[in-house]
Design a protein around this ligand. Structure first.
Ligand SMILES: [Zn+2]
Ligand SMILES: [Zn+2]
Length: 184
């Protein structure tokens, strides 16, 4: 795994956020969905959530999706710089909730969107700086648009999930091979 633990956590959060927009049902349709997301990702220091928070996080989701699907490094840098440029960032070292010492980047009074923009934005910035943009991928299954971060050593992962999409695609390939054998 080429990234530090907090970075892996922030990257998992940004993947989860972007993928709320990739299912049949929008995973951030209601404020209750946002509350569920905040709980699932253990986003700390979140106040009462409002429709405004929901709108802001949904807009942020679009910006992060654009980083994952950027055609080249320059586009990814530009999208991320726009996002970081309008985000208040206040680094501080913390050890909350039994987690080892790590850096938070969001301002102390940050809204949930500002919190996610700062922490996930900085994590993505490190990915670009380390020249690892090709690890930011979209699933290769034709019927799936989930994004993922390829943390494999040889950057060989192509499916968002080997048990679901990977397995389904392998079964499909096997059947196609069996059919072409039968036809010959
Ligand atoms: Zn933390
Ligand atoms: Zn997939």
């Amino acid at each position: 795994m080429p990234f530090s633990h907090d970075m892996v956590y922030s990257l998992a959060t940004v993947v989860d956020l972007v993928n709320t927009g990739a299912g049949e049902r929008d995973g951030l349709a209601e404020v209750a969905d946002l509350a569920e997301f905040v709980g699932r990702r253990e986003v700390s220091g979140v106040r009462t959530l409002t429709r405004r928070d929901l709108a802001e996080v949904r807009a942020l989701r679009e910006a992060f999706h654009a980083v994952f699907t950027a055609p080249d490094q320059a586009t990814a840098v530009s999208v991320l710089n726009t996002l970081l440029g309008r985000t208040r960032i206040t680094p501080s070292l913390t050890e909350h909730d039994g987690h080892p010492l790590h850096v938070h980047y969001f301002a102390p009074d940050a809204s949930v969107a500002e919190h996610l923009a700062a922490d996930c934005g900085v994590a993505l910035a490190h990915v670009l700086v380390e020249n690892e943009r090709e690890r930011l991928r979209t699933c290769a299954a034709p019927d799936c648009s989930h994004v993922f971060v390829d943390e494999s050593r040889n950057r060989s992962r192509v499916y968002c999930d080997s048990r679901t999409c990977g397995n389904r695609m392998h079964v499909a390939a096997y059947r196609a091979r069996a059919r072409s054998r039968d036809a010959s």
